[in-house]
Write a protein that binds this ligand. Sequence first.
Ligand code: NI
Length: 183
Amino acid sequence: MILPIVSYGDPVLRSKTKEIPEDFPGLSDLIDSMWETMYKANGVGLAAPQISKSLRLFLVDTMSTYEDEEGSGIKKAFINPEILSETGDKWGFEEGCLSIPKIREEVIRKEIVRIKYFDEHFKEFEETYDGMNARVIQHEYDHIEGILFTDHLKPLKKRLLRSKLDAISKGKIEIDYKMKFPK
Ligand code: NI
């Protein structure tokens, strides 16, 4: 089922997310719906708060971003994840977000991330990622911590974006996927 993606300005994007118990009802249906919603919007990641669920869950599919690059993409659901460390050099990349359509800005992040999480079968993993995999994981992990990529921008850049962000929160934007606006 395709779910509406909540836009910038919705309080759910800033809420404190809850851990998911193993017997959480409808978890596999929820994950299926999130994949469907993410692909419909051409996203490479989607976090539960973006579909109005204040839960510690996000999806990442970086397969397409590695087509012409070295390394290999991942397609995974991350449940109750915990970033254990972020290391390596800092690097910048123009990020976007399905909740903040049509804005892309350079965000500086560390290269390598070590993360502990459960998959959709509640098997526990501890893994290290770099490159675009790490970048997308960091962006989605931010979502479940109530952080948006625009929070990482310098104050001047943020000020320049304010009216655009305000327009998005009011739904004054053309998009080709289903969204929900707070105002
Ligand atoms: Ni995002």
